[in-house]
Every structure is written in structure tokens, then in C-alpha cells.
Write a protein that binds this ligand. Structure first.
Ligand code: GLC
Length: 412
């Protein structure tokens, strides 16, 4: 399929495996919307391996979507099961092969200059489909490819493929990039906030009661709702009027974890003090109602875009100090929010209490955080960085060096 590219915009086919709304998917919607506003001359289309709410969001952002329905066993398989031999493994391999064949058809019809994959499963399936159509691939990695985040066998395979397969890799933070050793063309593009997510100026400290401490994010063991529930009794001991609100629904098979969180709320007698508020269609409105936004991930978070979302609303932040989060909050000295060690409910409680004790000081920090986030994390910047990677990747590959052919012996 490669040859001189026809004139016109750069054609990009985005491939993702899920149409549920996780952080990576929301980041993709914002990126697509920003590219539409930009005169960057990029024509983006998407192929998703499942149907769901992401389809409508992408289309509203001006990105036409093709759903290439893969076997649900493949789409929902937990990352750990993908490399484990089991009865279902053969079925998944067959399903993967069928999906690659279907994806190849979409790639051929779209004739993209670049295939851009946005989830780990799509990275692998999209790579095979695009390779066999001789289209260069850019991986957009939103997960830390590390054994504290993914099963070690998956880490080994992904790291090896990342070095050789994609023409370029985009990582959502330096922390994520550091988990991909040996990748030659590796660029960090922080997922930026969209203009409508930001307040033009930070608000003053909230005056209403009760004061609400919120955690926004899908319910997942990696997001730390359980740790915040466990920190709550120590917070209530100092501030008995506080309400803790967990905003988000379980996704990617985390229903069991959601039940565990509910059971912990009951066990600690926190009914009425901890609210499980479910999915919120308007996270900005939720953030505006908070005295404080908590980011409690017990494992190093790849980036942590909700931290930026809180900053651009002028809301004080308490967050765990690992992964991409310190890249956001330590962008200034002193830091732009309170950082605590991951997986430590007591430290989390102490930091929350400190913010609630002195709302004026917390809002001075939040005002600095607001200014820094506006300057540093706009999605327009993300779009510029990612489209520059696409342009580089779309250039014809440098010709492979041939072994010099020995000159024929001269005859006199
Ligand atoms: C994933 C990561 C999260 C990041 C988001 C956008 O959801 O877990 O840390 O903020 O992608 O890159």
C-alpha cells in the first residue's frame, strides 16, 4: 500500500479495543476534538473493536467511527489471562486472528498514512493488521508497562514488541515512557484538558456546608477508592461534617471491587458519610462542588488526568506521589497539591485534614496550580505533539542498508 502519498490531509486511523469510557478513551475524544479545531491538516477516523458510549463521543468530536466487533471474550479478557495457557486461550487466539482479518479490511478501505493504536490490546492487534498492509503504526501508551501494573509476561511481550513493531511510540507521561526501555522513537505527550473544562479564574474557598471531599474515576483497585474509604474515619474524627463522595462507575470488569468498596463502607459504619455517586456526565460540575479532590491510586498512576482536571477548576488536590502524578504536581516548587505515599490511608487522612483545617492556604496553592495547569496541559499542545509524531511516522521508512556487493574483478 505504500507509495507516494496523495496530496491532502494526513490520514490517520485510530484503533482502540474498547468503547467504554476510561481515561485513555476520554483523552482520545479530547485529542480528536482538538485536531478538528486545529488547522493541522489531519483526517482522523477510528475503528473500535466494540460498541459503546465512546462511539457517540468520538462522532460528536468529528471523528467517524467504524465498529469492528471483535469476539467479546477478546475485548473483555483480563490482561493477565492473555498470556496464560488455558482452555479459553485457543479460542482467544482464533478470535484475535479473526479480528486482525476484519481490521485489515478496514485499514485497506481507509488507506491511512498511519495507524494509531490507543490501548494495549489494540496495540498488538492493530500492529499485525497494519503491518501486513504495510502501514506504519504509532502506539499511544496510556498504561505503565511495568510488573507492578501488568502481569510480568505481558510486560515482557509488550516491551519487546514496542522496540521493534511500531514506527513511533507516544507515552502519556515520563513515568510511562520510562517503562519502555530501548524504544527509539519515544515521545511524551501529556493528555491535555479541553478549553471548556477550565475555569478562567480560580474560585475562592467554598463557603457552603457540608464540605465534600471527592474522588473522581472509575471504580477500580488501581484508583484507590478503598484506601479513601479507610482514611475516612480519621478525617471524620477532625471534621465530622465532611462528606466523602466517590464519583464513577466500575468499568473493565471491576464490579467485584465496587461491591468490596460498598462492604467496607458498611463495615466501617460510614453509610451517609461516604456516598457512591456513580457515573457523572459532567465531571466539571462535580469538581466545582468539592472542597478537595483526592487522587488515591495505590499503584503508580500512569498519568492522572483527573489531577489536571481538578487544577483547571481551581480545586485543591491531595494525591499519591507515584507514577505520572508528581510530574504534574511537582512542576513548581513548592508542589501544587499535597502528595502522600501510595497505599497509606493514615497519610491520606492527615493530608485531607490539613487541607480542611486551612481552606485559605489550600486555595492559595490551588490558585497557583490553576495557573500552571492552564499554561502547561492544554489539549492543543497534546494535538501538536501527537500530530508531529504522525507526520514523522508517515514518512517512508529509510531504505534498509544492503550489504555492499563486491565489485567484479577487473580484467585488464
Ligand atoms: C489511563 C491512565 C491514566 C491516564 C489516562 C490518560 O486511564 O490510567 O493515568 O491519565 O489513561 O492518559
Amino acid at each position: 500500500m505504500r507509495g507516494p502519498r496523495p496530496p491532502g490531509p494526513l490520514r490517520v486511523l485510530v484503533v482502540g479495543h474498547t468503547a467504554e469510557l476510561g481515561g485513555a478513551e476520554l483523552a482520545l475524544v479530547r485529542l480528536c476534538a482538538a485536531l478538528r479545531q486545529d488547522a493541522a491538516g489531519v483526517d482522523v477516523r477510528a475503528a473500535l473493536l466494540a460498541d459503546g458510549p465512546l462511539v457517540a463521543l468520538l462522532e460528536d468530536a468529528g471523528t467517524p467511527v467504524r465498529v469492528v466487533a471483535a469476539d467479546p471474550a477478546l475485548v473483555t479478557a483480563a490482561r493477565g489471562t492473555l498470556t496464560t495457557p488455558s482452555a479459553g486461550a485457543l479460542r482467544r487466539v482464533a478470535a484475535a486472528a479473526r479480528t486482525v482479518v476484519a481490521l485489515r479490511r478496514v485499514v485497506r478501505a481507509a488507506r491511512p498514512d498511519v495507524v494509531h493504536t490507543t490501548t494495549l490490546k489494540a496495540d498488538v492487534l492493530g500492529l499485525v493488521a497494519a503491518w501486513t498492509c504495510r502501514v506504519p503504526v504509532v502506539w499511544h501508551v496510556h498504561d505503565r508497562v511495568a510488573p507492578d501494573y501488568l502481569p510480568p509476561a505481558v510486560v515482557r511481550v509488550l516491551r519487546a514488541v514496542a522496540r521493534r513493531g511500531p514506527r513511533a511510540v507516544v507515552a502519556n507521561s515520563r513515568a510511562t515512557a520510562a517503562t519502555l526501555p530501548g524504544v527509539r522513537d519515544l515521545t511524551v505527550a501529556y493528555p491535555g484538558f479541553a478549553p471548556e473544562q477550565a475555569r478562567p479564574a480560580p474560585p475562592g474557598p467554598p463557603s457552603g456546608r457540608p464540605r465534600v471531599v471527592g474522588l473522581l474515576g472509575r471504580l477500580s483497585p488501581t484508583k484507590g477508592q478503598l484506601e479513601l474509604v479507610r482514611a475516612t474515619p480519621a478525617v471524620l474524627a477532625h471534621h465530622p461534617d465532611v462528606v466523602v463522595r466517590l464519583v464513577g462507575a466500575p468499568a473493565f470488569g471491576a464490579e467485584g471491587y465496587a461491591r468490596e468498596v460498598e462492604a467496607e463502607v458498611r463495615r466501617l459504619g460510614l453509610e451517609g458519610r461516604v456516598e457512591l455517586a456513580g457515573f457523572a456526565a459532567d465531571p466539571a460540575a462535580v469538581l466545582d462542588s468539592l472542597a478537595l479532590c483526592v487522587h488515591a491510586s495505590p499503584v503508580p498512576e500512569p498519568f492522572g488526568q483527573v489531577v489536571v482536571e481538578a487544577m483547571v477548576r481551581g480545586v485543591p488536590v491531595v494525591a499519591t506521589d507515584a507514577g505520572g502524578v508528581p510530574e504534574i504536581l511537582r512542576a513548581a516548587d513548592p508542589p501544587l497539591g499535597r502528595l502522600v505515599p501510595p497505599g497509606d490511608p493514615q497519610a491520606l487522612a492527615d493530608a485531607i485534614v490539613a487541607v480542611l483545617d486551612d481552606p485559605r492556604a489550600a486555595h492559595d496553592v490551588a490558585a497557583r496550580a490553576h495557573a500552571v495547569a492552564l499554561a502547561r496541559f492544554s489539549v492543543a499542545e497534546t494535538a501538536r505533539t501527537v500530530s508531529a509524531v504522525w507526520r514523522r511516522a508517515a514518512r517512508p521508512a529509510p531504505a534498509r542498508r544492503r550489504r555492499p556487493v563486491p565489485a567484479p574483478p577487473r580484467t585488464a
